[in-house]
Design a protein around this ligand. Structure first.
Ligand SMILES: NC(=O)C1=CN([C@@H]2O[C@H](COP(=O)(O)OP(=O)(O)OC[C@H]3O[C@@H](n4cnc5c(N)ncnc54)[C@H](O)[C@@H]3O)[C@@H](O)[C@H]2O)C=CC1
Ligand SMILES: O=C([O-])CC(=O)C(=O)O
Length: 331
């Protein structure tokens, strides 16, 4: 099976290492790099790596976005500005909302069947923007639209392993649900596999560290941006799972922020939470989301409290995205 993958924002801090990782995948035969700057250089560089994907760089001139996206199977979007210290992810909305909307409009036209993975922040709002934009173009399929929340899971695995004294975080499965910013991020430590005991005096700090892991990196980079390398790893981890599922592998489960009413099993979770966009463990299949798995049945009272706060935050983020996408652009 030949797969055409695209990275939009490919010359950026996430885009470059993510493109590198995608270039190493033997499932990809064509890798298309789109950005408003520098993609010819990044593409030339990656093209010397001895793996199957043929790499091409595109810029906006000559309708480059559409040329880059044309007939793509998988499109990953880390385009847009990152945070600086003192900013929330929502502060990025003003600029990134329009960037995501523009890219999705081009995708709707030339690659309506593509699997779209959105990294650009604020994810809680940019995924609703993408969904509404695809709906307006008449090509929305919720089974193929994913908000990438994998970095929250990667962080949770790392931090839990530290506390639980596990040598390898990769032995752990730690579900993290909700959204992707601060208190909308809900780690479910009661459902870690294999089971771990989190000491009670460490629980609150561990939850906060997962919720605000992004801020830790923003502060350490001190004005030079936010997480890029760990995000490239997380983005590739999720993209690779989607690729493997498309290639026929079964039993692949990873959380993602999806439009619940549009995916099998999602309606019930949407009713229970009161929000349409939410990250839950997703079973991936040949056609994208095969099933949203409901993690809410056995959660603890503490997790219920976290969930309540998350849902309140998410409601505002979601409606802001939907309203933006539905409002005609000012001339
Ligand atoms: N979902 C998640 O877990 C995470 C999301 N992010 C988000 O990812 C985004 C990118 O972060 P970085 O790579 O660090 O930023 P960056 O500034 O290093 O790179 C962004 C790239 O997007 C490009 N770009 C801007 N407008 C574009 C357009 N219209 N079309 C195509 N490309 C365009 C820029 O030229 C730049 O190369 C930010 O919004 C950041 O907040 C970052 C970390 C984790
Ligand atoms: O914190 C940020 O702005 C970038 C991000 O989403 C993360 O690292 O989780």
């Amino acid at each position: 099976m030949g797969i055409k993958a695209v990275v939009a924002g490919a010359a950026g801090g996430i885009g470059q290492p993510l493109s590198l990782l995608l270039k190493t995948s033997t499932l990809i035969t064509e890798l298309s790099l789109y950005d408003v700057v520098n993609t010819p250089g990044v593409a030339a560089d990656l093209s010397h790596i001895s793996s199957p994907a043929k790499v091409t760089g595109y810029l906006p001139k000559d309708d480059g976005a559409k040329a880059a996206f044309k007939n793509a199977d998988l499109i990953v979007i880390p385009a847009g500005i990152p945070r600086k210290p003192g900013m929330t992810r929502d502060d990025l909305f003003k600029i990134n909302a329009g960037i995501v909307k523009g890219l999705i409009e081009a995708i709707a036209e030339v690659a309506p069947k593509a699997y779209i993975l959105i990294i650009s922040n604020p994810v809680n709002s940019t995924v609703p923007i993408a969904a509404e934009t695809l709906k307006a173009a008449g090509v929305f399929d919720a089974k193929r639209l994913f908000g990438v929340t994998t970095l929250d899971i990667v962080r949770a695995e790392t931090f839990v392993a530290e506390i639980a004294g596990k040598a390898s975080p990769q032995e752990l499965t730690v579900p993290v649900i909700g959204g992707h910013s601060g208190e909308t991020i809900v780690p479910l430590f009661s459902q870690v596999e294999p089971k771990v005991e989190i000491p009670e005096d460490k629980y609150d700090a561990l939850v906060k560290r997962v919720q605000f892991g992004g801020d830790e990196v923003v502060a350490a980079k001190d004005g030079a941006g936010s997480a890029t390398l760990s995000m490239a790893y997380a983005g590739y981890r999720f993209a690779e799972k989607v690729l493997k599922a498309l290639n026929g592998e079964t039993g692949i489960i990873e959380p993602s922020y999806v439009y619940l009413p549009g995916v099998p099993g999602g309606e019930e979770i949407a009713k229970e939470t009161g929000v349409d966009f939410f990250s839950v463990p997703i079973q991936l299949g040949k056609y994208g989301v095969e099933k949203a798995l409901n993690p809410l049945a056995n959660i603890t009272d503490k997790e219920k409290e976290l969930l309540k706060v998350a849902i309140e935050g998410l409601k505002g983020n979601i409606s802001k995205g939907v309203t933006f996408a539905q409002t005609p652009a000012q001339k």
